[in-house]
Design a protein around this ligand. Structure first.
Ligand code: ZN
Length: 247
């Protein structure tokens, strides 16, 4: 039987002060996939997401950085500055108080250096993987003033906001799960590549065939974890399409 203290804790539990509309997609770049990429010739988009949280602005992903000539020409990168994107929504880059990277490939951590002194949440296995040659652009990960918050597995990072370990695309991939009064919002990152793929896995359980993930078994298990959340809305880092429940 719960004590009086227990029940008062329940009644006093604070609901998040943010809603579905406080999750803001930021379009940070367009790329064109080169030969011999499986998606050769197609364009891809790079998104980050800001959350207007009661404690300040949280950021998931930081997109592609600038000035790497090899990447710029190989992927024909058309960048959209993150500061300008935030300004378009009435926010300033200095408002960001916490950053989460889904993983440390160059198109997800490229603007980390714009956040010295801000905690950047990364899985331990991802940070370790990023030390390998050719995994990422090392100077976009390790920069003066970098303050990585290294975590291991599912971890709450702010009230109503937690990272969920979703390996498969990379060893230490993580998604962001946000509890709003209107339902759960999942920022999948690249745990699931697109809305169409989310729908396909949800209805058939089948792994993608056109662009297979590095670790298909882990990828499917991670996708299943996200689907089992029964989210109200799901965003993807490389697809502007958004999955909504009941649509
Ligand atoms: Zn990646």
């Amino acid at each position: 039987m719960p004590s009086a203290q227990d029940s008062s804790c329940l009644t006093l539990r604070k609901m998040p002060q943010f809603s579905l509309g406080d999750v803001i997609p930021l379009h940070l770049a367009t790329v064109t996939f080169p030969d011999p990429h499986p998606l050769s010739g197609q364009t891809g988009e790079v998104f980050a997401f800001a959350l207007r949280h009661e404690t300040g602005l949280l950021l998931y992903e930081t997109g592609i950085g600038c000035g790497n000539e090899r990447l710029d020409s190989y992927y024909q990168v058309v960048p959209r500055p993150i500061g300008a994107e935030l300004e378009a929504y009435g926010h300033h880059i200095d408002d960001v108080r916490l950053v989460v990277n889904s993983h440390l490939h160059f198109d997800h951590c490229g603007n980390n250096m714009k956040f010295p002194g801000v905690p950047i949440y990364v899985q331990a296995s991802e940070y370790e993987a990023a030390q390998q040659p050719d995994y990422t652009v090392p100077e976009w990960v390790d920069f003066e003033g970098a303050e990585y918050a290294i975590v291991d597995g599912d971890t709450q990072v702010a009230s109503g906001v937690r990272v969920m370990s979703t390996p498969g695309h990379t060893p230490g991939h993580q998604s962001l799960v946000i509890d709003t009064p209107e339902g759960t919002v999942a920022l999948a990152g690249q745990a699931i590549y697109s809305k169409a793929e989310y729908e396909r896995i949800r209805t058939t359980g089948a792994a993608p065939e056109d662009d297979p993930p590095p670790n298909p078994a882990e990828y499917l298990a991670s996708a299943s974890r996200l689907i089992e959340l029964e989210p109200r809305r799901v965003y993807f880092s490389h697809d502007r399409a958004v999955w909504n429940a009941n649509h």
